[in-house]
Design a protein around this ligand. Structure first.
Ligand SMILES: NC(=O)c1ccc[n+]([C@@H]2O[C@H](COP(=O)([O-])OP(=O)(O)OC[C@H]3O[C@@H](n4cnc5c(N)ncnc54)[C@H](OP(=O)(O)O)[C@@H]3O)[C@@H](O)[C@H]2O)c1
Length: 273
């Protein structure tokens, strides 16, 4: 009787493994798009979820990749967009193997020339949205999971005429370092990326304010592919922070040992070049 039963009952099925997803914000341009391209090559996920506002550009990026990619058009400043992302994650229950928070922007200018809405948007996108996306993704991450938070070398010192931007990046750096401690033992590696200038869409957005010419030449601009390659290498090596260039590493050291008033005086000369 028992053997008959086992012949006719359906074979026990093992539940399908959850889909591996790499979630990348700011994926329509610059560093985020380059992360999507390089993660595509590394085959870290079954699907790439690409987040930014511009649906058309996102769709073009998705079409250029070998890994299936899902464009998710969302203005991350809007809390509804974060709620939508949470709903999507809850519905699909993927295994998030990689998270890159690259959506962000800066504005050149002083407290009078950067409009209120731009100041608030910088804080909302660079800080609140980054934290929200991280907190939305973490319940779907496990051992081997990887997070790269795009901060900036601007995190290492207060910078007049790049004031709010630099302060948001200091927030990202501190948040990331402490999160790393909180995740100790989980096998999830978090790295803060702190580059100096990179050739992306950043400069155009930064100059589109009343104080757009307050910062002169962006000296020593790096290519996005070099920065992203180094960031991925540093994350693989479980580093907490990566500067991705000797000049950014020098700024990190200066930020630790030189008083802020001297660093700010130096920056004030440098930005006029
Ligand atoms: N380039 C540099 O010199 C440099 C240096 C250090 C750090 N960083 C940081 O690197 C990160 C990436 O910037 P990038 O240099 O690659 O500049 P970018 O080419 O302008 O890319 C910014 C990305 O953020 C997205 N984004 C902007 N506002 C958004 C919003 N409200 N909601 C969702 N997505 C939004 C943009 O897409 P949509 O416009 O389609 O939304 C775009 O994909 C930023 O956090 C930036 O602060 C840049």
């Amino acid at each position: 009787m028992e053997s008959l039963k086992s012949e006719h009952s359906p074979a026990p099925t093992t539940p399908a493994a959850p889909k591996r997803v790499a979630l990348i914000t700011g994926a329509s341009s610059g560093l985020g798009r380059e992360f999507a391209r390089q993660l595509d090559g590394l085959q870290v996920a079954d699907e790439l979820w690409l987040v930014a506002r511009d649906q058309t550009t996102l769709a073009a990026v998705a079409a250029s990749l070998d890994t299936p990619a899902r464009p998710i058009a969302a203005d991350l400043i809007d809390p509804e967009a974060i709620a939508h992302l949470r709903t999507l994650l809850a519905a699909e229950r993927p295994r998030v193997t990689f998270l890159v928070n690259a959506a962000g922007f800066g504005k050149f200018g002083d407290w009078q020339t950067i409009p209120d809405h731009a100041v608030n948007a910088m804080i909302d996108l660079n800080c609140r949205a980054l934290v929200d996306v991280t907190r939305a993704a973490l319940p779907f991450m496990d051992r081997g999971g990887r997070i790269i938070q795009v901060a900036s070398a601007a995190a290492f010192a207060p910078l007049p005429h790049l004031n709010v931007y630099a302060a948001t990046k200091a927030f990202v750096l501190h948040y990331t370092r402490a999160l790393r401690w909180e995740l100790h033992g989980t096998g999830i590696t978090v790295t803060a990326l702190c580059p100096t200038w990179v050739k992306t869409g950043f400069e155009k957005v930064a100059r589109a304010s009343g104080g757009g010419s307050d910062v002169g030449h962006l000296l020593g601009e790096q290519d996005a592919d070099t920065v992203v390659r180094r960031a991925l290498g540093a994350n693989r090596a479980h580093l907490a922070v990566t500067c991705a260039s000797p000049q950014a590493a020098a700024l990190r050291l200066i930020g630790k040992v030189v008083p802020s008033c001297i660093t700010m005086a130096g920056w004030n000369l440098l930005r006029r070049l």
